[in-house]
Design a protein around this ligand. Structure first.
Ligand code: PRX
Length: 683
């Protein structure tokens, strides 16, 4: 099924109104000299080197950061647009590049430092040598279960060292991993496992969050049951134990199906597995993300192009040097964690911190305590986390003795006011900030300042990266020039190495979602005819900096997590009493956006607290707690056009206290006022 771009409502409309009110003048902040003096990227000719006339060969510089078993013969193959192939003919192994090749120099350096949630448990340090040993053992174990290059494995694990170890073990064998965020429900995990054709699910018994040990294995049991109902059984469940030999779950192990990983590993102590040399364009992993239909899209990321791009950006945008201590607070279950906790940082021999829990438990001093204890000097987080920490304890960073040289914000627009707190209080005016705009589909950063070369501008992501030819187009495909003061759709006019290779099993949906809008000639082999439509509204200032306004499709960005409104609506419709449902984003001071549910009931049902609770429960069990709605309004009817289309734009205006505009042409205009009074009172 193709994604449709709906025109009756855009989140950007809501956001733009806020932009006009809150976001003021253009002010620049300059990188401090001490940062510039040590920065990896200070070459002012970089944009010339990556200009269109040097495309695509300029990206050789990216690929040269990696060790290749066989060098490529074609930098970019455009013979089957828009399925671009990078570094064709080349062969490499991602695990080898992230682990083995660092051993001669960095064997005894920390690759990962794990910070458990209970503060009385010690940090765990995994050196590159120890990572090598453990990845090899797990790879041998996976191999003994019959897994081989090209097979898919679903990993539903929390933030623990065993997660990157498992991912890298898959990569060592050329097995395609599909990591599902641990906060997703068993059912959501099953849908993704079924779509990818995984027969093996790797999970963990439990993990800590907010002071509680969560039972995670129960989700695996549900996933197995749902996958069987969907006709695509999961045959084996491998269960890591949070504490070896102490099982943390109430769910019994199922004979013949469930196995403890620590038991299995006994047979593979000290094993070594030769890294499998994979073609550059072979899939490294799948990452599912929400789109505008109810079904999540499994994006396929390649081995060579993806790793080259994340390595280059980790080195030059994150400014990671091997001697730094780098901490990205994202979850590995999202693309940020894949690209900028695991693959990019390890490819450049970083020391990467992984923490369990949440930033504000046991108190909002936790991130700064961790930074102080571990000597973190590069810090990477989201606007939601920054807003949350500022709200909980705005002075906390001042009480801790740490010093960041570099900070990142990612995933949502950041309000200039929040940016300034991040800069002055968290960064103590000593750190540069990069605001990196990108997506699951893009694999790595697309728009950001290069930290030693550009001044920062609060609320703006910055110019496009070298070799990324970004532009703003109107709906007809005309370019809106920089400085025009007009919003439009941000597009990337060219392919780049880490671009998604497509949607697993659905090439048509891929073309329709990202290319149909602006491609005028489907037979063209010229990449210039295939602008990538990102689904975000943006403006570009005269200085070339992009400011991202928000999604133009039915995706809600909740706390930096992408949720499809259709997925939520489908969940609501599973409640027996519900006739129709619409989900719209409401502005939230901390999370950016939160979902509001509007539902009408079937005849014979009366609105009640029970039905409201049932709706919330349906969303939590079908998707997960991250999708929990802020409000559930049971309304007499949903506003509709005469052709029966639900007017989500009107509901979004009501949720956000905006003017609903002219509704006289609707089929049922009277219901708008009824809903408005219900939501806003009659002030
Ligand atoms: O709307 C944009 C927003 O997050 C979306 C991508 O979400 P996801 O695929 O989950 O990847 C998140 C991590 C990259 C985008 O379409 N977004 C991402 N980065 C920014 C942003 N919005 C504003 N500023 C950013 N820096």
């Amino acid at each position: 099924m193709a994604d449709e771009i709906r025109t009756d409502y855009t989140e950007a409309e809501v956001t733009e109104a806020e932009v006009a009110v809150h976001w003021g003048e253009e002010d620049y902040y300059y990188p401090p000299m001490h940062f510039i003096a040590q920065a990896n990227m200070t070459d002012e000719t970089i944009y010339e080197r990556f200009s269109e006339e040097n495309f695509p060969e300029c990206f050789k510089e990216y690929a040269d950061l990696l060790d290749w078993d066989q060098y490529w013969h074609t930098t970019l193959d455009t013979s089957n647009p828009p399925f671009w192939k990078w570094f064709v003919g080349g062969k490499l192994n991602a695990c080898y590049n992230c682990v083995d090749r660092h051993l001669p120099k960095y064997r005894n350096k920390a690759a990962f430092i794990f910070v458990p949630e209970p503060e009385d448990e010690p940090h765990l340090v995994l050196t590159y040598q120890e990572l090598f040993v453990r990845v090899n053992e797990v790879a041998a174990m996976l191999q003994s279960l019959g897994l081989k290059a090209g097979d898919r494995v679903t990993i539903h694990m929390p933030m623990v060292l065993e997660l990157p170890i498992t991912m890298l073990a898959c990569a060592r064998l050329g097995v395609i991993h599909s990591v599902v965020f641990a906060g997703f429900s068993g059912k959501a995990c099953a849908e993704r496992a079924v779509d990818s054709g995984s027969k093996i699910l790797i999970t963990m018994d439990g993990y800590y969050r907010n002071g509680k040990m969560l039972d995670h294995k129960v989700k695996a049991d549900e996933a197995v049951q749902v996958a069987a109902e969907m006709g695509s059984p999961i045959e084996k469940v491998l269960v890591w134990r949070r504490y070896p030999r102490q099982y943390q779950s109430k769910a019994p192990m199922v004979e013949g199906r469930d196995v403890f990983v620590d038991d299995l590993l006994k047979a593979h102590r000290g094993a070594r597995v030769k890294p499998v040399s994979m073609p550059a364009e072979a899939p490294l992993f799948l990452m599912y993300t929400s789109g505008t239909t109810g079904k999540p899209k499994g994006h396929v990321h390649s081995t060579g192009g993806y790793l080259a791009y994340t390595a280059w950006t980790s080195k030059n945008i994150q400014d990671i040097h091997p001697e730094d201590v780098y901490w990205c607070m994202a979850d590995i279950g999202w693309i940020t964690g894949h690209s900028y906790i695991v693959y990019g940082p390890l490819a450049v021999a970083a020391t990467s911190v992984i923490y369990e829990g949440v930033p504000t438990y046991p108190d909002a001093g936790r991130p700064w305590r961790i930074a102080e204890q571990l000597g973190v000097n590069i810090f990477h987080t989201s606007p939601t986390a920054i807003r949350m920490l500022r709200k909980a304890d705005p002075e906390a960073p001042l009480r801790y003795n740490y010093e960041f040289k570099h900070m990142t914000t990612v995933g949502e627009p950041i309000e200039p006011d929040v940016w300034r707190w991040y800069f002055h209080v968290v960064g103590k005016e000593r750190a540069v900030i990069v605001d990196t705009w990108w997506q699951t589909e893009t694999g790595g950063f697309l728009c950001t300042t290069i930290p030693a070369l550009h001044p920062m501008k609060p609320g703006s992501a910055g110019p496009a990266l070298p070799g990324i030819y970004a532009a703003i187009l109107d709906d007809e495909g005309n370019e809106i020039p920089p400085g025009a003061g007009k919003a439009g759709n941000i597009v990337i006019r060219n392919p780049w190495p880490s671009i998604t290779q497509g949607i697993w099993g659905d090439p048509d949906r891929f073309i329709n979602t990202y290319y149909a809008k602006y491609n005028k000639d489907p037979n063209s082999k010229d990449w210039r005819d295939w602008p990538y439509f990102a689904g975000d509204a943006a403006t570009q200032a005269a200085d070339g900096y992009f400011r991202i306004l928000g999604r133009v499709d039915d995706v809600i960005n909740v706390a930096g997590h992408r949720l499809g409104t259709k997925e939520l609506e489908s969940a609501v419709l599973t409640v027996e009493a519900v006739a129709e449902a619409a989900v719209v984003p409401r502005h939230d001071e901390v999370k950016g956006r939160v979902p509001d549910v509007y539902a009408s009931l079937k005849p014979g049902y009366e609105p009640s607290e029970e039905i409201r609770q049932e709706i919330v429960r349906a969303i939590e069990t079908i998707i997960g707690k991250i999708a929990r709605p802020k409000n559930v309004y049971i309304v007499p009817d949903l506003p509709k056009t005469r052709s029966g289309k639900i007017m989500r734009r009107v509901l979004a205006a009501i949720s956000n206290g905006h003017d609903v505009g002219d509704v006289t042409t609707l089929a049922n205009p009277e219901v708008v006022e009824v809903i408005r009074q219900m939501v806003q009172g009659d002030e």
